[in-house]
Design a protein around this ligand. Sequence first.
Ligand code: FMN
Length: 178
Amino acid sequence: MNKKRFPLPKVYGLLEPGPVLLLTTAHRGACDVMPMSWHSLLGFDPPLVSCVVSAGNESQKLLKASGQCVLNIPTVELARQVVGCGNCHASQGDKFERFHLQHSPASQVAAPLLDDCYASLECQVVDTRMVRRYELFVLEVVAAWVDPGVKNPRTLHHRGYGRFMVAGDTIRQPSKMR
Ligand SMILES: Cc1cc2nc3c(=O)[nH]c(=O)nc-3n(C[C@H](O)[C@H](O)[C@H](O)COP(=O)(O)O)c2cc1C
């Protein structure tokens, strides 16, 4: 794995453009991965993220049981695996093996970091009050890992029905944000 620790107050910049994520979960020997595009930032520092994980997905069981997950950020090179993981369930076989997803242990949660994703955010579930109504979990990012060699990550942005927009060039403008 080439990722190095990344400052938590800067995590918002990784998520603000709304990339498709690969959510990994683990509990008592079971492990799962699913693409997730319904997420949104709720806070800077600590970084808070809300996400919808449907009850029809086996990942929701592991997320509820463990109270933890990792949000991995894939780039266009992983498009085939992203869609593949979204078209099957963990009960149909080990997705990590089937889609050749190499992984490494996280520092603070049981769910693994996906090596081929350029960034991985270890998260704790901090609020489940909206799960019953909206299937919405609030997560706090407790550790973040980013590959410093990836300067212009070409992330995937779901446009619906198997269509994705791929992030393009990065441009700079004057900013007062510190
Ligand atoms: C691009 C993409 C985005 C998705 N976003 C979400 C999402 O935000 N929330 C969700 O519950 N399911 C989402 N899904 C569907 C799940 O990934 C899919 O149901 C998956 O098979 C669940 O796997 P599991 O049962 O092993 O957890 C998405 C699928 C794709 C392909």
